[in-house]
Design a protein around this ligand. Sequence first.
Ligand code: PRP
Length: 215
Amino acid sequence: MAQMINVALPKGRLGEKVLAIFEACGYDCPSIHETNRKLIFENEQAGVRYFWVKPSDVSIYVERGAADIGVAGKDILLEYAPDVYELYDLDIGKCRMAVAACRGFHDNTERTLRVATKFPNIATTFYNKKGRDIDIIKLNGSIEIAPILRMSDVIVDIVETGTTLKENNLEPIETIVPISARLISNKVSYKFKNKEISKLQQAIAEYCAQKKDKI
Ligand code: PRP
């Protein structure tokens, strides 16, 4: 008998897009569209159980096996390096990790660079490769304020449209890495539910490839 696949979905706009893709691939779940504050939904016939979780927590649920699979941004995978398989690049939720600063900023390399970010590991790896001395200021949101108030020299953050930077008189200086949403799997589930997960992965890959052809 086919086993149920437990899927951690990132709450928010990206999660809605991900759910639409899964549903178009035959993993629909009518109860998830009812308005309520439930967090877990299942459709036994389709063999799927969905949970809404905070986007940055998806990889934790998958790594620990509470979810068999999930969709997480490459930013989260790079920052936390969870022990999961990255199965497929969904090519949605596209943005980039970038360094930004106040317009006209010039780096004085004789001084330690103060870097405000939600992504200390990505920032540290990036500057270590350059051999640049940095002081990380770990923040949890609204990173753009740090250089405006002169608390940091630069920020390392997600840039999507660039509007937040522009409206705060900041400018991107350098792209660190392009980001998109990835289908990830728990390593043990991938072995023991291989038939189910591979089938889902293939359906999603085919659907995404078809969509790309149409663009
Ligand atoms: C992200 C990111 C930027 C903004 C970039 O913030 O940290 O602030 O989106 O998007 P844009 O280039 O399209 O303007 P998020 O909305 O996740 O909130 P946060 O400030 O709490 O990190």
